[in-house]
Design a protein around this ligand. Structure first.
Ligand code: HAM
Length: 422
């Protein structure tokens, strides 16, 4: 039997209401902040991600789904959205149409990571990007939107962590300091961190290994090497968050796994999802548009993992989204009335009622069982002596009340069902 690929997951009908709820909330909150939706292709030229995210990052060096298509072009399933959004921004000259472009997205992403709870190979992100302003108010707005969505879901166990990675110049000065600091001890780092020492030194802070952490605990911190501009912007972000009553922690070791960040970075962590605890992450990327061939454009954004958020909701026992109940289940008393049942159903469905009936020629008793199982508000009996006399029987399943309705008076029937109890 062929099974789903490791690290991919079916979203079954029993789970779909949670996804609808989350997607609707995301659309609503982003629209409140006047962000417009963007949809970019699922695959792009590999070079876009290699240049955009950074050759030395884990994503590009070991996690991308990359293949040659039939015309020998190297393409990659998108591991994240920011590079694709920036490509579309440049390609369609969005920056010329308005000075600030605010977009959001909801989309599947693909990374060949080792699957575990909260870590998949096909997962879904929602996120937002604002291209065209260096205002730190937008950095804070990103955090505010993410926090608002998580809050509205009812999540409580959240920690907002923020940091500033400064401008590239201040970062270079700092990296030299870090290299100096590690020059004597680097042989004591794990093999992976020794590779990072050469290729992406800041990422050593991400190591969970005890031996690395002992060394990194005493390392100099980038936040102490920030230039004035980065420092000022960071202060503004902090003031704005305080003013918005968003609790946050400054985490000087928060380095993020993508190379494009400058200045503010942030993550929101859940205490309820185990080791893959980052529900969302983002930050400013003031140089990326230019690096990908566009005009210099200050930008900031974030993305959130939807499976992880739903896992956090499950573990915090919030987000109980009830199935909408069926308005009417039609019970066919005589088997030669299939056509009539389908005709009445069709009229009710066209009037926005949720309607179902039996397609399997089951007994009246079995049909009633099905109506109860589907939590129907009403049952409509079609057949028997009443039908011969031109009537249908509408039964309210919660009160047990029954009512005779003329079978040709479908509009009356629709009104009864829609307005019952109001
Ligand atoms: P990221 O930190 O790589 O950032 O991913 C954002 C979120 O996606 C993570 O916090 C996590 O919740 C979720 N995520 C990542 N990988 C997986 C996975 N394998 N399985 C399940 N969930 C996962 C970005 O992608 C940046 N593009 C964010 C950004 C936008 N920065 C600026 N603009």
């Amino acid at each position: 039997m062929i099974k789903a690929i490791t690290g991919t997951k079916d979203i079954l009908p029993s789970d779909i209401r949670k996804w609808y709820h989350l997607e609707n909330l995301v659309r609503k909150v982003f629209q409140n902040y006047n962000y417009k939706e963007i949809r970019t292709p699922v695959f792009e030229e590999t070079a876009l991600f290699a240049r955009g995210i950074g050759e030395e990052t884990d994503i590009v060096s070991k996690e991308m789904y990359t293949f040659k298509d039939r015309s020998d072009t190297s393409v990659t399933l998108k591991p994240e959205m920011t590079a694709g959004v920036v490509r579309a921004f440049i390609e369609h000259s969005l920056g010329e149409k308005q000075p600030l472009t605010k977009v959001f997205y909801i989309s599947p992403m693909f990374r060949q990571e080792r699957p575990q709870a909260g870590r998949l190979r096909q997962f879904h992100q929602f996120g937002a990007e604002a291209l065209g302003s260096s205002s730190p108010l937008l950095d804070a707005e990103m955090i505010e939107m993410a926090y608002e969505i998580l809050n509205r879901l009812g999540l409580n166990d959240l920690t907002v962590k923020i940091n500033s990675l400064g401008t590239p110049n201040s970062r270079e000065v700092y990296k030299n300091e870090l290299r100096k600091y590690l020059s004597d001890t680097k042989d004591k780092l794990t093999a992976e961190s020794q590779i990072r020492f050469e290729k992406n030194i800041l990422r050593i802070f991400d190591s969970k290994a005890e031996q690395d952490q002992q060394i990194m605990n005493k390392a100099p911190l980038l936040i102490d090497y920030l230039d004035n501009e980065s420092k000022n912007d960071f202060e503004i972000v902090k003031n704005y968050l305080t003013n918005l009553n968003i609790p946050f922690e400054v985490d000087p070791k928060l380095v993020r796994g993508l190379d494009y960040y400058t200045k503010t970075t942030f993550e929101i962590i859940s205490g309820k999802v185990g080791s893959q605890s980052s529900l969302c992450g983002g930050g400013r990327y003031d140089l990326l548009v230019e690096e990908l061939g566009g005009k210099p454009t200050h930008s900031v954004g974030f993305a959130a993992g939807m499976e992880r958020i739903l896992l956090a909701c499950e573990n915090e026992e919030v987000l109980n989204v009830p199935e909408p109940s069926l308005d009417v289940y039609l019970v066919r008393i005589d088997n030669d009335l299939f056509i009539k049942v389908s005709e009445i159903s069709s009229a009710l469905r066209k009037n926005d009622l949720i309607v179902d009936y039996d397609y399997l020629a089951r007994s009246v008793k079995a049909q009633m069982r099905e109506a109860n199982k589907m939590n129907a508000r009403f049952v409509l009996f079609v057949g028997g002596d009443e039908y011969k006399n031109g009537a249908l029987i509408l039964k309210n399943l919660s009160t047990g009340e029954q009512e005779k309705i003329k079978s040709e008076d479908i509009n009356f029937l629709i009104n009864r069902i829609k307005n019952y109890g109001s």
